[in-house]
Design a protein around this ligand. Structure first.
Ligand code: DGL
Length: 279
């Protein structure tokens, strides 16, 4: 007898709730289990080994909860851990389960939006250093020029509720100036980090006229809907009750207060103790 379970949505913290929000809007009939590894976030500046180790630990937890499918809503985890988990770990620990990320759905479609043949990718240091976006985009749109810009101050601005303040103006302007200096023909900017949609209004203020701004929530939601349509063997194992449960590895009060902003409605999280070494 086959059993069903919720779709797992993973992020280093609460930022992935911007992705879950779009997924729930698009596919409200499924159950979702969200885990934010807030005790160890941000992942953006951590090494490959550390991000891989943390992400794998969380993926295993999702599997223990019965999730047949886990989405890494975090760009940094998608960039630094997904491939190894898919190719090395899954065949050994759960060959019948799937783990997907946010980079591929985005890189599959980004070229459709550019007329000049040059796109800008804004992300954390880790995502930029991994080179995942240029590498993946080249597969789908050979010759499309990708200009990356790491924006390491943007996550702390959002996390510290400064995303509407003057500090945000300073750093947004600075990073946008940098990216357009490197790529004057850019006509698409991708927000390749879970937190950046919260800065959207301010980013739009400093964006040259005619440049399109893409964020990932809807792209990932559309891609998940399509994936489930193409994979009935996974879809039939996703439970359908319309319930969402939220877990954090850190303080639930802190998670809940930020989560409302990212998810757009109140969240009541539960604490998960992952037995973090050295804690
Ligand atoms: N979730 C991360 C991402 O999308 C941003 C926060 C972090 O650095 O952990 O890259």
């Amino acid at each position: 007898m086959s059993t069903t379970g919720p779709i797992g949505i993973f992020d280093s913290g609460y930022g992935g709730l911007t992705v879950l929000r779009s997924i729930v809007e698009k596919l409200p009939e499924y159950d979702y289990l969200y885990l934010g590894d807030s005790a160890r976030s941000p992942y953006g500046n951590r090494s490959f080994e550390t991000v891989y180790h943390y992400t794998l630990q969380c993926v295993k937890w999702f599997f223990d909860q019965g999730c047949p499918l886990v989405i890494l809503a975090c760009n940094t985890a998608s960039a630094k851990a997904l491939r190894t988990i898919q190719q090395h770990d899954l065949p050994a620990i759960a060959p019948d389960k799937r783990v997907l990320g946010v980079i591929r759905p985005t890189t599959e479609i980004i070229g459709k939006y550019s007329e000049t043949g040059m796109v800008g990718v804004l992300a954390t240091n880790g995502t930029v250093a991994s080179g995942s976006y240029p590498i993946e985009i080249e597969k789908f749109y050979p010759g499309l020029k990708v200009v990356q810009e790491a924006c390491p101050m943007w996550v702390p601005l959002v996390e510290n509720n400064e995303y509407k303040g003057k500090g945000a103006d300073y750093f947004i302007r600075k990073n946008l100036e940098n990216v357009f200096e490197k790529g004057p023909d850019i006509d698409v900017i991708l927000l390749a980090c879970t937190h950046y949609p919260l800065l959207r209004e301010k980013i739009e203020e400093y964006l040259p006229v005619g440049v399109k701004l893409l964020s990932q929530g809807e792209i990932v939601a559309d891609s998940l809907a399509e994936y489930l349509g193409r994979h009935p063997e996974i879809e039939s194992r996703c439970s359908r009750g319309g319930h969402n449960r939220f877990f954090t590895t850190d303080s639930t009060a802190d998670f809940d207060s930020h989560a409302t902003l990212f998810f757009g409605r109140p969240v009541q999280s539960e604490h998960l103790d992952l037995e973090i070494p050295g804690k």
